[in-house]
Design a protein around this ligand. Structure first.
Ligand code: HEM
Length: 366
C-alpha cells in the first residue's frame, strides 16, 4: 500500500489541462466566415477519444492477464485476478456500445460538413484497437478480405513496426492453448476418459439413427435424406475431435484455432465445470466468450452506424465501407473454438464417472 506523499490537486492529478485542451476539431481550425466550425465535430472527436481511453484500460487489464499466463505455471490463486480482469473488459465493452447511439445523434448531413477534412484518416488506424485484437489472438493475416499490405499500408512506419512485432508475441489465445495442453486431468493412468466419452456419443448416435429408421415409413424421400445427412454431419463433427487429419484440415481452413490436445482439454473443462477445480477455468472461458461476443456485437452495431452515415459510399480509409465492415464482423472471431465446443456437450446425467483419484485432484477438500 502506498502512503500519501503530500497534497494533491484534482486537476493536476488528472492532468485536465492537457486532457481538456486535446479536442481540436478540424473544421474549427479551417473555419471561415462562410464556412464556420461544424458543430457536431466536437462530439465526433470526444466519442472517438473516449473509445481510445477505454481501449487503454482494456489493454492495461489484458496485459496483466497475458503476464500471468506467460509464467511457466499459472497458480490456482491467479485465476481470481484473471477472471476479475477479463470480466472488467466485458463490462467496459458493454458500456462502450451505446456510445455509437450518442454519435448517431449527429445526422449524415451534419457529418458531411466535415467528413472530407478527415481523409484518409480512419478507424483502420486505431492502433490500440488492433493491439487488442492481436493480443486476444486475431492476427492481421487472419483478417477477412482486407489483405495485410492494404491494411499495414495505411499506418505510419512506427505503428506498422509495432503491430508486426506484437504479432510475434504469444496472444491470449495461444497462451491459453499452451496452458490447456499442460492440463493433466484426462491423462491419469487407468482412466481413459475419452474412450468412455466416445462410448456415450456412439450410443447416442446409434439411438438417433434407430429413431430415424423407425420413422422412415412416415417420411418423404427428401426428409429421410435430410435427416440421414444431418446425422452423418454430426458423426463427422465428432470425428473431428479425435481424427488428426480432420482436425488439421479444419485448422488449415481457419475453422479451428486450438491444437487438438487443447480442444479436448477445453471440452473436459466444459463438461466437468461443476468440479470445484474446474469452476474457475470455466468462468474464464465464459469471460473469453463474452469478450468475443461483445466485440462482434460492437462490430455489427458499427456496420449499421457506417451504413446510416455513408449509405454505399466508401470509407475514409479506402475500404468498401459498410460492406467491408459486415464481412469483418462475421469473420473476425477469436475464441471460436470455445463456442463450437457446445456441439460436443452431453447431458450431466450421461457424463462418464470420474475415478476417485481424479476426483480428489478436482476437489478442494476431498
Ligand atoms: C460517423 C461515424 C463512423 C463512420 C461513418 C465509420 C465508418 C467506418 C468505415 C467505413 C470503416 C472501414 C475502414 C474505412 O474504409 O475507413 C471503419 C473502420 C473502423 N472504425 Fe469506424 N466509423 C465511425 C465511427 C467509429 C467510432 C466511434 C469508432 C470507435 C473507435 C470507430 C472505430 C473503427 C475501427 C476500429 C475500424 C476498423 C475496423 C476493422 O477494420 O475491423 N468508428 N469505420
Amino acid at each position: 500500500m502506498h502512503k500519501n506523499q503530500g497534497p494533491v490537486y484534482y486537476n493536476d492529478y488528472l492532468m485536465l489541462d492537457q486532457l481538456l485542451t486535446s479536442q481540436e476539431p478540424m473544421s474549427k481550425k479551417h473555419a471561415t466566415a462562410e464556412n464556420p466550425e461544424a458543430h457536431d465535430e466536437m462530439l465526433f472527436v470526444i466519442v472517438h477519444q473516449s473509445y481510445e481511453l477505454w481501449f487503454k484500460q482494456i489493454l492495461h487489464d489484458l496485459n496483466s492477464v497475458l503476464a500471468i499466463f506467460s509464467k511457466p505455471k499459472v497458480e490456482d490463486n491467479d485465476f481470481g485476478f484473471i477472471i476479475q480482469r477479463l470480466d472488467r473488459i466485458t463490462k467496459i465493452q458493454e458500456m462502450m456500445l451505446p456510445y455509437l447511439g450518442i454519435l448517431e445523434t449527429m445526422t449524415p448531413m451534419d457529418f458531411l460538413e466535415f467528413r472530407s477534412l478527415l481523409m484518409p484518416a480512419s478507424g483502420f488506424q486505431s492502433t490500440q484497437f488492433r493491439e487488442i485484437e492481436i493480443k486476444l489472438g486475431l492476427n492481421t493475416n487472419d483478417r477477412e478480405s482486407i489483405d495485410r499490405e492494404f491494411f499495414l499500408g495505411r499506418l505510419t512506419e512506427k505503428d506498422r513496426d509495432k503491430l508486426v512485432q506484437l504479432e510475434k508475441v504469444p496472444s491470449l489465445l495461444r497462451l491459453v492453448e499452451a496452458w490447456l495442453e499442460r492440463t493433466p486431468f484426462t491423462a491419469t493412468p487407468g482412466f481413459n476418459f475419452w474412450k468412455e466419452y466416445q462410448n456415450v456419443i456412439m450410443t447416442n448416435l446409434a439411438e438417433d439413427e434407430a429413431t430415424i429408421q423407425k420413422n422412415m415409413a412416415n417420411l418423404s424421400e427428401k426428409d429421410k435424406q435430410i435427416q440421414l445427412e444431418s446425422l452423418n454431419l454430426t458423426k463427422e463433427n465428432f470425428d473431428s475431435l479425435f481424427n488428426v487429419d480432420i482436425h488439421a484440415k479444419l485448422v488449415a481452413e481457419g475453422k479451428r484455432k486450438f491444437s487438438q490436445k487443447a480442444i479436448l482439454n477445453a471440452l473436459f473443462i466444459l463438461l466437468y465445470r461443476d468440479e470445484p477445480m474446474l469452476a474457475m477455468p470455466f468462468q474464464m472461458f465464459t469471460a473469453m466468450m463474452d469478450i468475443d461476443e461483445n466485440f462482434t456485437t460492437w462490430r455489427h452495431r458499427h456496420v449499421l452506424l457506417a451504413h446510416r452515415m455513408l449509405g454505399s459510399k466508401i470509407g475514409t480509409g479506402g475500404s468498401s465501407g459498410h460492406q467491408y465492415l459486415k464481412k469483418a464482423a462475421d469473420s473476425n472471431r477469436v475464441f471460436l473454438d470455445l463456442f463450437n465446443l457446445s456441439t460436443f456437450l452431453i447431458p450431466r446425467s450421461q457424463l462418464p464417472k470420474i475415478p476417485n483419484e481424479v476426483k480428489r485432484q478436482l476437489n478442494f477438500n476431498v
